[in-house]
Design a protein around this ligand. Structure first.
Ligand SMILES: C[S@@+](CC[C@H](N)C(=O)[O-])C[C@H]1O[C@@H](n2cnc3c(N)ncnc32)[C@H](O)[C@@H]1O
Length: 219
């Protein structure tokens, strides 16, 4: 099994279940044209997030890490008319690209992009809480801090999703040499010890390589 097979299977799955989507295609094109890194979730993963939000009956979603708004649009599509997405992005250039994509997708009215370091913007979100679903997908060393904030800002029963928790298998490397891996290992320590959540993680392969999601429910 190679990553070429994983990518081909992703293409097959998209072909069967995800019809061509001009809005999302334009979003990815605009990200590439603006020179943004190709680090969004894949199409099948975006649909997975969308379905999770629907299963959870989410009305208020918090996303940490916007990039060009690709996952933001998938999540916004899952919400009712009066729903709301607050998405946090450090880089003003990324936020500008995302703003145009979100407007093109018709979600200008329900998506609020907050520009700045998430650890600085998160404390200002108390008035918008509680959230029904939180998606954590920003700088990996801060993931444990984002997870603490996610719990604080969520209602009981809320879903917290954390991306990139397997990192090509490097999650089992305890050497401490890689700060991103170290962040994820501290996140799992927290998840294991935190009595207010119960969670699991699922390894994934596909067009984005070998990685995984963690999913937790706030009790
Ligand atoms: C993996 S990308 C997000 C991808 C997006 N969720 C998607 O799937 O379409 C991570 C984003 O987090 C942003 N980021 C990095 N550090 C951050 C921080 N301290 N606060 C907020 N955003 C940050 C990066 O600029 C980047 O745009």
């Amino acid at each position: 099994m190679t990553s070429a097979t994983w990518t081909a299977v992703d293409e097959y799955l998209c072909d069967r279940m995800l019809p061509r989507d001009p809005v999302l295609e334009a979003t990815q094109r605009s990200a590439a044209d603006a020179g943004l890194p190709a680090i969004s979730v894949s199409a099948t993963q975006g649909k997975f997030l969308h379905l999770l939000a629907r299963i959870a009956g989410a009305r208020r979603v918090l996303e940490i890490g916007t990039l060009a708004g690709y996952s933001t649009i998938w999540l916004a599509r899952a919400l009712p008319k009066e729903g709301r997405v607050v998405t946090l992005e450090f880089d003003p250039a990324h936020a500008e690209v995302a703003r145009a994509n979100i407007a093109r997708a018709g979600f200008e009215g329900i998506v609020d992009i907050r520009v700045g370091a998430a650890l600085e913007t998160l404390p200002s979100l108390a008035a918008e809480a509680p959230f029904d679903l939180v998606f954590i997908d920003a700088d990996k060393p801060s993931t444990p801090d984002y997870f603490r904030w996610a719990i604080k800002l969520s209602r009981p029963g809320a879903v917290i999703v954390v991306d990139n928790v397997v990192r090509n298998g490097d999650i089992i490397d305890a050497s401490g040499k890689n700060q991103d891996v170290e962040g994820m290992r501290r996140f799992f320590d927290l998840l294991a010890a935190e009595p207010r959540v119960t969670g699991t993680a699922v390894q994934t392969v596909g067009a984005k390589g070998y990685d995984g999601f963690a999913i937790a429910v706030v009790t």
